[in-house]
Structures are given as C-alpha cells and as structure tokens.
Design a protein around this ligand. Structure first.
Ligand SMILES: *[C@@H]1O[C@H](CO)[C@@H](O)[C@H](O)[C@H]1NC(C)=O
Ligand SMILES: *[C@@H]1O[C@H](CO)[C@@H](O)[C@H](O)[C@H]1NC(C)=O
Ligand SMILES: *[C@@H]1O[C@H](CO)[C@@H](O)[C@H](O)[C@H]1NC(C)=O
Ligand SMILES: *[C@@H]1O[C@H](CO)[C@@H](O)[C@H](O)[C@H]1NC(C)=O
Length: 397
C-alpha cells in the first residue's frame, strides 16, 4: 500500500514489490482532487479508470468538502482534506471507504485548524494521521483506528517566526507537509513561512509527538516539501524550497532521542546554479519506488511544450529527474521533461514506477506518462483527461 507521500516504498520494500505486480495489470485507478474553478462553488474528488490509453471518470464525490486538496490512503480508506485556502478556520478531514469500483463512501469527518494542506499516516497499523496547516500555521495529529470516529490527539499553532508582514508567505509560520521518516519514529515538517525543517518524535502506540528541534534553512528560501530515501543502511532526505527554488539533500542519522540532518547537496531545482524565470515556484518531490531516482515538479517556468491528446501544442512546466548515488546521496541530473501543462502542483508514480501521473492545475488537465524504470526517464503521454476546476492532487489507487 503506497501512501501519497511516496515513502511507503522506503518503509516497506517487500510490500512495494508485491504492489508492483498488481500495478502491472492493464488497468488501474487514479484519484484526482480538484479545487473549484473561479465562479464555481465546490470542487470534487474524481476517480478515473486508466485502461491503456483511455482515462475515464468512473466515480465522483463531494464528500471532501468544497476545497479537496490532498489524499492519503491507509488500508482501504482514503483520508481527504478540505483546505478552505486563505482561511484560518474551516479545515475538515473526511474518511472515505474505497469500493472495488473506485467509488468512495463517507465514513466520518472532523473539523481541524484552518487550511490543512497535507497528511501522512503513521503509527502501528497506520492508526494515526499527522496534518500540516498552511494558513492555520500549525500541525495536528488524529487517531484513525476507527476511521468512522476520527479523534484529535494533539494540535498546535506555531509562534510567528518573523515580522516581515510585507510578505504574506513569510509573515507567519506556514507548515506545508508532514513527512514520516523511514523508521516511523519522526515527522519532519517543512515550514515555508519560518524557513525551518521542524522535527518531531512520535510514539507509534500513543501517536503523541514531542518537539525534537529544527534545522534552519536560509532566510527567504521557503521549504515546501521533502522525501526520504533509504539505501542500504543509509538514509537521505531531499527537500524543495518554493521561494528560492532550491533542492537540498541531507544525510539522516536517527537515534532513540533524535533525528540529525547534515547537508550534503544544494543546488537549484534544475541541479545547477542558473537563475530560473521570475515566478518559478517549486512544488512536489518524490523518490521513485525503487529508491534510485528523485523527481520534482517546478511551476510557472513555461519552458517546455506538451502536445495534447487532440494534437494541440501547449506550454508546459517541467518534471525534473535526478539519479541518486546510494553511497553518498549525491544527485545527478537525468532529465527535464514536460509535465503536461502549467502548474504541476502534484504528481505521482504508480506502484512499480512504470507510469507517472501529473496534475497541471492551471490547465485543468491530468496526464499519465510512460516511465522507463531502468533509466528513470519519463517518456510519452499514455493518456490524458481534462478535469473540472483546478486539479491539485493526483494519486494511483
Ligand atoms: C470515538 O472515540 C472516542 C475517543 O476514543 C470515544 O471516547 C468515543 O466513545 C468514540 N465514539 C464512538 C461513537 O465510537
Ligand atoms: C520581506 O519581504 C519582502 C517582499 O518579498 C522582501 O523584499 C524583503 O527583503 C523581506 N524582508 C526581510 C527582512 O526578509
Ligand atoms: C508510548 O506510548 C505508550 C502508550 O501510551 C506508552 O506505554 C509508552 O511508554 C510510550 N513510549 C515512550 C517511549 O514514551
Ligand atoms: C542553496 O541554493 C539556493 C539556490 O541556488 C540558494 O538560494 C541557497 O542559499 C542555497 N542554500 C545553501 C544552504 O547553500
């Protein structure tokens, strides 16, 4: 079972391999969470069936709330968050039971601190869920042992780290993700507003967290997302910073009492030092299921072209891929490929890494590409579909 952060493969290599054979099947499901377009009241969670080159909508749900923004799968339940972007109130998390046909049935929901943007499952049997709140400026954790009865265990709003009120992105704490380390004992939280990687130790039984320090990144960098990679007995963490458009690598040492980060790599999201176009905003980062490649998405560069299914040539932002040196964690640029349109806020690998799905938010398009597992290269589009509203998130079922 892969989680939406893509680190389950690092946690459970045996399960990832077992998943690979089932994902090699000819058809698979794709879940897409979309915000409403301007003038529309509500977005949707839509399930698509990918069958060779066809991507057909097979189910749709309003049960996430009007602003569905992130999904995490744990066992046979999808946890979907309603972000209510721009608001410090109105966050909701809903649990949705997945049916065999990809439709979902609501089990329960609970209100949260405002503007949740990301969740990760953790704890024994994935009975916990941790959440990052962007506008709300904090984190929260939930007990989901009974998905019909989600209960809040801890929730916290961080102190304002800076008084730069002229710049909303950094005038307060803006946690953007909760990343579970491969031991399952720590959460790392990139805080875009505070330029920190906040570190928390978690108890896998009680689910409770304790503060375990923070790693400061350069002021103004705006760390957004990250991904752990486990190679033999070595662990690395890679983060993308949205404001400086940098890609930073760390070697990771965990002990009973802490998680220590040592920087081993830093460059632009293209792996060099060349300036990027004004407005560029790095978004997502994932490690391939085989732990050999890193791919990230970069928004608003408009540097490439994509040919849509009907033959129209449109501007595209890139998906940028690096190979990872398993000994040192060093990165080598492999490819800069079109993401299928503008604003690839999110993308996902399938279980065996033979496909990549990207959500071009600003174009209302989701494109599935073939991927060469041996070279890490993203290839031709396999299927694509228009999506109503702004697709924020895409995940293989
Ligand atoms: C939901 O969980 C809480 C906390 O564990 C418990 O007190 C409550 O009885 C549960 N409610 C139901 C309906 O199971
Ligand atoms: C505050 O943000 C503005 C706008 O981005 C920037 O120009 C300025 O340098 C920032 N000030 C500090 C102290 O970081
Ligand atoms: C973790 O939580 C369990 C259950 O509450 C408790 O028994 C245990 O002592 C805790 N472990 C640590 C290291 O605090
Ligand atoms: C990493 O690179 C970025 C972009 O090139 C730069 O803004 C940042 O200051 C660098 N960080 C460190 C710690 O060297």
């Amino acid at each position: 079972m892969r989680t939406s952060t893509g680190i389950a493969a690092a946690l459970l290599p045996g399960l990832a391999l077992a998943g690979a054979s089932s994902c090699a099947a000819e058809s698979s499901l794709l879940y897409v969470a979309a915000y409403p377009a301007d003038g529309e009241a509500a977005g949707k969670l839509t399930t698509f069936k990918l069958d060779k080159s066809s991507l057909q909508s097979v189910a749709a749900s309003d049960d996430c709330g009007p602003f569905p923004t992130w999904l995490t799968q744990a066992n046979d339940v999808l946890y979907c968050i309603n972000a209510a972007r721009g608001s410090t109130a109105g966050g909701v998390i809903s649990s949705l039971k997945i049916g065999a046909d990809g439709s979902v049935t609501k089990l329960g929901s609970i209100g949260t601190i405002g503007d949740p943007v990301n969740t990760v499952a953790y704890g024994e049997d994935s009975h916990g869920l941790a959440m990052a709140h962007y506008e709300g400026g904090g984190i929260a954790i939930f007990d989901v042992a009974d998905p019909s009865n989600i209960t809040t265990i801890q929730a916290e709003v961080f102190d304002t780290p800076t008084t730069n009120t002229s710049f909303p992105a950094q005038s307060q704490s803006h946690p953007h993700q909760v990343i579970l380390d491969p031991t399952g004992g720590f959460l790392v939280v990139p805080d875009l507003g505070a330029d920190l990687l906040r570190i928390f130790q978690v108890n896998k039984t009680s689910l409770r967290y304790t503060n375990a320090g923070a790693y400061p990144l350069p002021r103004g960098s705006g760390p957004r997302h990250g991904a752990f990679l486990k190679a033999g007995d070595k662990t690395f963490l890679y983060t993308v910073s949205e404001l400086s458009n940098s890609l930073t690598g760390f070697s990771v040492d965990t002990s009973d009492s802490g998680l220590a980060l040592t920087q081993i790599y830093n460059a632009t999201t293209h792996g060099d030092a060349k300036p990027l176009p004004a407005g560029t905003a790095a978004a997502e980062i994932h490690i391939s299921p085989d732990n050999k490649f890193l791919t990230l998405s970069s928004r608003y560069e408009r540097s490439l072209k994509h040919t849509t299914a009907d033959g129209t040539v449109v501007d595209s932002d890139p998906l940028i891929t690096f190979s990872v040196n398993a000994e040192t964690g060093a990165l080598a640029h492999v490819q800069t490929a079109p993401a299928g349109g503008i604003g690839p806020r999110h993308f996902a690998f399938n279980g065996d890494g033979s496909l990549v799905a990207a959500a071009a938010q600003d174009d209302g398009r989701v494109v599935v590409f073939a991927r060469d597992v041996a070279t890490g290269m993203i290839g031709k589009p396999v299927a694509e579909t228009k999506v109503a509203g702004l697709p924020k998130f895409v995940m293989f079922g």
